[in-house]
Structures are given as structure tokens and as C-alpha cells.
Design a protein around this ligand. Sequence first.
Ligand code: TRP
Length: 451
Amino acid sequence: MTNRTRILTGITTTGTPHLGNYAGAIRPAILASRDSHADSFYFLADYHALIKCDDPLRIQRSRLEIAATWLAGGLDVDRVTFYRQSDIPEIPELTWLLTCVAAKGLLNRAHAYKASVDKNVEAGEDPDAGITMGLYSYPVLMAADILMFNAHKVPVGRDQIQHVEMARDIGQRFNHLFGQGKEFFTMPEALIEESVATLPGLDGRKMSKSYDNTIPLFSSAKEMKDAISRIVTDSRAPGEAKDPDNSHLFTLFQAFATPAQADEFRSELLGGLGWGEAKNRLFQLLDNELGESRERYHQLIERPADLEDILQHGAQKARAVATPFLNELREAVGLRSFVNQVQVAATTKKKAAKAARFVSFREDDGSFRFRLLAADGEQLLLSRNFADGKTAGQVTKQLQAGQALDIRPADLSFSVWLEGECVGDSPAFADAAARDAAIAALRVALTPVQE
Ligand code: TRP
């Protein structure tokens, strides 16, 4: 269990998965999760969905459909941690801790935000017209998703690489500010699957909802068939040789076929197979490949309570990691229980005591003296003169012995007394406040450390 690679990715819940999503992201992720070295965290990025969508029904539907799609596609929830972002309250909490260290200048450079600004400027609008803080802070929320679980690898599309880099940047900054040598956060790496198919859509452009050229995944056999019938082809008649390498219908076929099946289809096209028949072949292939999953999908959708249970269980698994980790992070930034305050103060004293130091020296007249210097080198006390080193040493010991200190302020300085005898004086301070601060520092420096 220890040396597994933690792979984490989120799916924004604003739409219904189509064939392109399946081939490009869902199928490879499910396959990757079966690797025995993989410790996969997959989640529904529904907080991110709120940034792009203010239609509650659509959010609700999409979460259900995406959850059902991944499960129907064969995701094994005993192997992976599958959850909804919004079921993990530690994520928005971490988002705030990270927001407080994230440089605004870094977020100004985010592509998505910049694109919106550019669009506004071009349209002669206020640069920030219609831009929410959600859009602006999108990368910080995403950084929290990733850093919360110390992911090593983050499979994403190219458009998300910058966000993973920002997560590294923000995480590093947090480590540096609060880690005291400890690396709280693992530095994540974006994982771009070069070999994974970007499917062409009906018109040959990349399959995407924004081009309205998608083939539905699990809706119904009929809808899939209808979409396939709308795939744009050239006008070559049946009997004429087709050019498979310039046919996105062939590309779609290839993405789901074995090499042998693809070879056969290729020769049939070269041999003059009609486009209508070719579309039937593609439908048959996809129906064989996806028919069973489609059935599972509809069973799942009809049992939302079961889906809810599965996701709650996933949230439990995720929180078993997130809750203790966030507690550590809260401690690190100073959000600590008052009950532990004594101990914390002791730590401070310990440091101060360690840092404050006595420096002894000898005067020209042969007498012994010492200075007490604060951590920053400021002189807190200069002793009176002692006849021999032994006496001077005893005085420094007594000062550190933990007895109530007899400190007597006098104008802009103070003196320290032991058994009715003045043993040292402070320098003169700029004002009474500086004098009192020095007295406080002296008390801290001279308080013995309790282990
Ligand atoms: N922003 C990602 C996308 O639109 C989704 C996402 C949210 C994500 N949080 C993430 C991906 C964390 C990877 C890791 O595709």
C-alpha cells in the first residue's frame, strides 16, 4: 500500500458525458485505476461546476449522470476513492488557507480569467464585467483538491496544465511559510495521456458539447444510432473506394475496435463499402462495446439512493485522509485549541531561551561581567562588575533558576535585583513602551523550559 502512486482527477459536473469524454477521460481513468500501483482518487468537482453554471437542476442532474457513468463504465469503488467534492468540507477550508498564501499576481495570469478579461476589453466593457470571484479563484480551489490528498499525478487535459502548475506554486509557498522544514504538500504533476484518443465529432471537429457535434454515450441505442446517421461523410457513392485516413467515421471506429477489426473495416471501405452500411458497422461496434454498460447506467440512475450511499461511503474514505491532515495544517498556521496554549507558549519560551544568550567578558580592571542578549542580538541587560568569574556564573544561574524576577523600571531603563542587590542594568530605551517590551523579552528569556 505504501509505494503506490496517488492519481487524482476531478470531473466538473455541468453536463452529460458523451462518447468523446468516455474515450478521452473516463475509459483511460478506469483502466488506470486497475493498476496495482495506482491509488486513485476520482471525484465530482461540483463546487467547480457552480462557477460555470447557476442552474440548480442541471447541476443536480449532471452529478447523478456523471456518477452513474463512471460506475457503469466499470469503476471499482472498493479499489478507488470516488467522492463528491462538496461532501468534503475540508476542501473549502483548505481553499481558504491556500487563498491566504496564493499571490494575486499568480491568479491574474490564469488563462481562463485572462481570456474573460480580454473578451470584455475587446467588447469595450469593464475588464472584470461578469467575472466572479469564483472564476478568479478557480485555480485555488483546484489546488486544494489536489494538495488535500497529496496527489502525485493529476490526469488532465492540456487546458488544465497551468492549474496544476499553480497548485505546485501555491503548495510550495505554503510549505515554505509554515512547514518549518517539513513538506506538508507533495508537488503534483500533470499527466497528459498522449496516446488517448481525442475523438472527432459528427462534423469532424473535436467532439465537444460547445460544437454541438457529440455522440451520446449511454442515453439510448436509438439516440446513438440517430447521431451516427448524422456523421458527415464525403459524397462518394456505394461501390466507390473510400479514403479511411481522411474519414472521421473511420477514426471513431478505430477508437473502439481491435486492430483486426479496424483492418477489416479499412479494407471494406477501400473496397467501396457504402457510407450507410459503414454507419451501421460503427453502430454495431459501439453497441457491442457499450450496450451492457448502458444497461447498468440506467439501473443506477433509477436507484439514486444507492448512488448516494456509494458516494457517502467514498466521502468517508476521503475524509479519513482529509480530516487529520487539515488538523495538522490548522495547527501549522496557528489555528490551535486554547487548551494547548500552555504547551505552545512553552515552545515559544524554549526557543527564546535557546536563542537568548549570556555573553561573559572581563573588564580591564580584572572584574567579570556579562551581557544578556535577546535572540535578535539586542542587549537586554549588562551586569554589574563581579570580583571573580565564579560569582558572575552563579548570578547567571540564579537568574535562570525560575524565581520571580525582581525587575525595577527606572525612567527609560530598568535594573534587575537579586536578594536585595542590583546585579545588572538595561540600556536606555527610546520610550517606555520599548522598555516594557524589553522587560517582557527578558522575562521570556529567563523562564526555564519545562520539557
Ligand atoms: N478543472 C478541471 C476541469 O475542468 C476539473 C477539476 C477540478 C480537476 N478539480 C480538479 C481536475 C483537480 C484535476 C484535479 O477539467
